[in-house]
Design a protein around this ligand. Structure first.
Ligand code: SF4
Length: 406
């Protein structure tokens, strides 16, 4: 067992009012987890956090800990916060191999899950553990959604998702890869075939665009497309990235690992949407940052930007005469995603907002009886932990709904 994890755990004060939990979007029982771990009950600790968060291994690696649990730890005020993520990762890894579906009594009710991202996996696992007969329909060849196709290997190893996939099969969950609901088969077909409830968690995959000249050129790409499979891109030696969220950092660091020599991130603001840790890593990796820059046009030689002036109250104004070409072989636009036109969403009775996101109530019920939704397709691009936290509520609502049919 790595000594530093035990040492970190020993530093925990087991606070009566644990601020670390206050900062955690899914309220991981951190002090309890740590005390169980220290007292030799690592399996109980693992079971507790897995029950609370199906994707605890993933979250221990990719959450924005410095703003969440670790950022709220009381010890961080005067010294260094407990490295909660490392402890959680160690316990979660240890427990994952032991996780069994047990002798769950099957209730014979079929549930269809459309989309194997964070929301879909969470709901599949929770309902399988309650005896439901689960089938996941995934349009891509592998499970994971944004965790596989939007987060690079160096932040989240794909082997973790392979292990999750194996575990889903062990739990008796069926998976239909390469299957888009809404093309050959529809939600109505699923109801015909006996599904009692259907969950939609198809994520958001349509890149937001800048609406500037040059976005269709051969040297312009979108972040989510690039991250889906960086190996198939020939970016050249230099890349300009527009946007400064976590995706932009992922693109920058991935590009450097794929042979690009010079990467520059251009941001409108002098603060970044990405977590400070990701920004720090990007800087360490050699990424340059230019702030108060607004793109005007993408050209074959790079991208033309204009500098912005801040009035001190947050309003940014272009400075006339500062337009300049910043040369680069490729430009990647990383300004988040929205919902794609998807045949699943044109199912009769499902209401979609003007922005393409699904209409649901707070329990994830769509406007059609028996169809539920959660994750990014309901709330826009959010973090994995937020998707899991919300999906837990939706799983309970689906369970209640299906019991009410008896
Ligand atoms: Fe331990 Fe820090 Fe949480 Fe207190 S706030 S229980 S010291 S991790």
């Amino acid at each position: 067992m790595p000594l530093h994890v035990i040492d970190e755990a020993k530093r925990c004060l087991n606070c009566k009012k644990p601020m670390c939990m206050e900062g955690c979007p899914i309220k991981t029982p951190i002090p309890e987890m740590i005390q169980l771990f220290l007292n030799g009950h690592i399996t109980d600790a693992g079971e507790k956090i897995f029950k609370n968060n199906t994707l605890s291994i993933v979250c221990s690696l990719i959450c924005n800990h410095e703003n969440q649990c670790e950022g709220h730890c009381v010890l961080g005020k005067k010294g260094s916060a407990i490295h909660i993520s490392s402890i959680e990762n160690y316990i979660s890894e240890n427990y994952f191999y032991k996780l069994k579906n047990g002798n769950v009594k099957k209730n014979g009710k079929k549930v269809g899950i459309i989309g194997a991202g964070p929301a879909g996996i969470t709901i599949a696992v929770i309902l399988a553990q309650r005896g439901y007969d689960i089938t996941i329909f995934e349009s891509k060849e592998k499970i994971g959604g944004v965790m596989r196709y939007g987060i690079p290997e160096f932040r989240l190893p794909k082997s973790i998702l392979e292990r999750y996939e194996k575990k889903l099969y062990e739990m008796g969950i069926k998976i239909r890869p390469n299957t888009s609901v809404g093309s050959s088969i529809s939600i109505d077909d699923m109801f015909r075939d006996g599904y009692k409830a259907i969950f939609i968690g198809i994520g958001v995959w349509k890149p937001n665009t800048l609406h500037i000249k040059g976005e269709t050129l051969g040297n312009a790409h979108y972040a989510i497309n690039y991250l889906t499979n960086p190996d198939v891109y020939q970016l050249g030696e230099s890349v300009n990235i527009i946007g400064a969220g976590n995706s932009a950092m992922d693109v920058a660091r991935t590009a450097l690992r794929h042979g690009v020599k010079k990467v520059t991130i251009f941001s409108r603001h002098d603060y970044f949407a990405a977590s400070q840790r990701e920004v720090d890593y990007a800087k360490i990796d050699g990424v340059e940052f230019l702030v108060h820059m607004q793109p005007i046009e993408i050209v074959d030689e790079g991208c033309i930007f204009v500098e912005l002036e801040c009035d001190g109250k947050g309003t940014l104004t272009p400075i006339a005469g500062t337009e300049k070409l910043y040369e680069a072989d490729s430009t990647i636009i990383a300004i988040s995603q929205g919902p794609k036109d998807n045949a699943t969403l044109s199912t009769k009775g499902i209401q979609v907002q003007d922005n393409g996101l699904l209409v649901t109530n707070t329990f994830g019920e769509t406007t059609r009886d028996g169809i539920f939704a959660a994750g990014d397709v309901v709330r826009g691009a959010k973090t994995v932990v937020e998707a899991v936290a919300y999906s837990k509520k939706v799983a309970d609502a689906m369970d209640e709904y299906m019991k009410s049919l008896d």
